[in-house]
Write a protein that binds this ligand. Structure first.
Ligand code: GLU
Length: 608
């Protein structure tokens, strides 16, 4: 609920106090130029707009767009283009994503689906050989896994619908960054090192990312002039070169005949993506998912992403529980059980809606949520895999058909959140799937191709149960990306998203619950230790989660955790504070920490 008195007070303070008192001496928070000299700033508060991303250069570029009068959509595109330069192993023009936009004028939430599509030649046997599924990692590094990129079309179409600046102007800072270079940090170095073996099998990937045969050193300057040239071509042609021109031809050639070093000893299967597939690519504007949660309106990405539906179903299941009044163990137990159950339903019912009848409205109905929430025992964990329910005819506490475990997805996407002085907000998640995607750089073009098609089920995930996520011609693989915008009375409260493959859903849910139910500040909710239960016997978990006192109570209830802890997610988010300022929050530690910025930083005495 807006608190007009606090807002008036802030404005009055801003008017009378010397700006030097209000603006912290934090150059990266409002820097116009790309710089990593001051390190990432994970939290910023102030006026006139905000940007949060995993990278300081990208955030600075987005903030500069806002400062020059661009809107949240312009800033999101410019930030994403920069991430294609500095975070090329997570996202770029060779991949896809989902764009969620709150339009302040109409007070509506709109979405754009820029998910990759399977080529026209694909069918259910895409990842089968002699009737058996290919080994996952062989499919990842192959032409077979490459879907038609949707990211350039997303930028073009989002700007056309809601932006205020031309694509060419918004790609220019990223083009400059690719040409002049940026400082290699630990994360970039580590991501090359962990992909070094397969990158070295492709001369184009090796020459770009392993100059001199080794990952670029931390502190060195990394340039990508070929990507700069590709950006210039896309800017000049409004992305047409990537869908209908020379870059399109190069993508198709690369997929059909992966340029692998014959001495590398790596079997790289070709794919069947053609220039016609590229020419036929279209983004789709889709109705956002919507649930009411404790008086708020929560909007997300619909199918083919499972993000909005599964976060929404879990929220519906939890709304009837007094999460705020529970001790930490009881709360976390309910959180884990809600996603254990919701993932059973996700795996059974969600796929590309153009290919199967996804019962979206039913999955988000309160009746269905109640029928599933009744499985939650406050004292004892369910045994996974839990069977899916039938949202078309909800039966309280029913467990009929066998459940299917959640297939593995990559964990290396990236998320951008922006807001502007008009009150528009963007939550945009984009990816090339695995860290490093398919591992294949398009020769001469400076960008990696995605392996998004490995998000399809290679074979039905449980025998006898229909799987809506099998490959087919032109189909979009199911995603977990969950860019989310929360409104109160039609005005923005929160926008959030994360990388992390299927753990994106649990991470976004945990941040929402932390902020909305557990009285955490947004930065606290973003930083909180995480676990991700996706209908498996053991939940994915972080070391800090295992070490917190509340975990003993979870183990007593029968919750089980993976033996090897791993990092989960890297959230970026924006909140509209009750005093009228924007709070931008980025992950403080994971992936080396992100970068949050506002156009006019203002700190006030009550900030915690
Ligand atoms: N491919 C995943 C999805 O669409 C995201 C991959 C990731 O987070 O790295 O859900």
């Amino acid at each position: 609920m807006p608190v007009p008195r606090a807002r008036l007070l802030t404005r009055a303070l801003a008017a009378v106090l010397p700006v030097a008192l209000l603006v912290p001496a934090a150059p990266a928070a409002g820097a116009d130029t790309s710089t990593t000299a001051h390190g990432p700033q994970p939290v910023a508060r102030g006026y006139l707009g905000a940007v949060s991303s995993i990278d300081a250069d990208a955030t600075a570029i987005g903030t500069a767009v806002l400062r020059k009068g661009g809107n949240a959509v312009d800033a999101a595109v410019a930030t994403a283009a920069a991430l294609g330069v500095t975070d090329p192993f997570s996202a770029g023009i060779g991949g896809g994503g989902f764009f969620v936009y709150y339009d302040a004028k109409s007070r509506t939430v709109r979405t754009l689906d820029g998910r990759e599509t399977a080529p026209a030649a694909a069918d259910e046997s895409l990842f089968l050989e002699n009737g058996s599924p290919l080994p996952f990692w062989e499919a990842v590094t192959s032409g077979l896994s490459v879907g038609v990129p949707g990211t350039p079309a997303t930028w073009r179409d989002a700007l056309k619908a809601w932006g205020s600046r031309p694509l060419a102007a918004l790609m220019r800072p990223a083009e400059r960054l690719a040409r002049s270079g940026f400082t290699v940090d630990e994360t970039f170095h580590r991501q090359v090192a962990s992909n070094a073996e397969r990158f070295s099998a492709f001369p184009a990937s090796r020459d770009l990312f392993l100059p001199g045969g080794a990952p670029p050193e931390v502190g060195s300057t990394f340039t990508n002039p070929e990507l700069a040239d590709t950006y210039a071509r896309l800017a000049a042609t409004g992305t047409a070169d990537l869908y209908n021109g020379e870059v399109a031809a190069d993508i198709a050639d690369t997929v059909q005949d992966p340029p692998v070093d014959p001495d590398a000893g790596l079997t790289v299967r070709p794919g069947k993506l053609t220039v016609e597939d590229l020419a036929g690519y279209r983004t789709a504007e889709r109705e956002p998912t919507h649930v009411r949660y404790r008086g708020l309106d929560v909007y997300g990405m619909p199918a083919p992403s499972s993000g909005g539906l599964t976060v929404g179903q879990a929220l519906n299941m939890l709304e009837t529980k007094d999460l705020a009044g529970m001790d930490e163990s009881a709360y976390l137990h309910h959180f884990l059980e809600s996603t254990r159950i919701a993932f059973a339903d996700r795996n059974r019912w969600i796929g590309d809606p153009a290919y199967s009848d996804v019962p979206s409205a039913e999955l988000l109905s309160q009746e269905f949520a109640d029928s599933r929430a009744c499985l939650i025992d406050p004292d004892s964990a369910l045994t996974s895999p839990v069977a899916p329910g039938d949202p078309r005819s909800p039966q309280p506490c029913a467990q009929a058909a066998p459940g299917a475990p959640t297939p593995y997805e990559g964990e290396h996407t990236t998320h951008v959140t922006t807001a502007d002085k008009w009150g528009n907000v963007v939550a945009y998640t984009l990816t090339i799937e695995q860290e490093g995607g398919s591992g294949i750089v398009v020769p001469g073009r400076g960008f990696l191709l995605n392996n998004e098609l490995t998000d399809f089920s290679f074979a039905p995930s449980a025998s006898g149960v229909p799987d809506p996520n099998l490959p087919a011609a032109g189909k979009r693989p199911r995603s977990s990306m969950a860019p989310t915008i929360v409104l109160r009375h039609g005005k923005p409260v929160l926008a959030v998203g994360s990388p992390g493959g299927a753990s994106i859903i649990t991470t976004v849910l945990q941040v929402l619950l932390g902020r909305l139910d557990r009285d955490l500040t947004l930065p606290e909710a973003v930083a909180a230790p995480r676990a991700s239960q996706r209908n498996s016997p053991t939940a994915q978990v972080e070391r800090a989660f295992l070490e917190q006192p509340a975990t003993a109570g979870l183990i007593e209830r029968g919750q089980r955790f993976a033996d090897t802890p791993s990092e989960i997610g890297a959230v970026t988010a924006v909140e509209r504070l009750r005093d009228g300022r924007w709070l931008a929050a980025a992950e403080p530690e994971r992936r080396g920490g992100g970068s949050a910025s506002v156009v006019l930083p203002v700190r006030l005495p009550w900030d915690r």
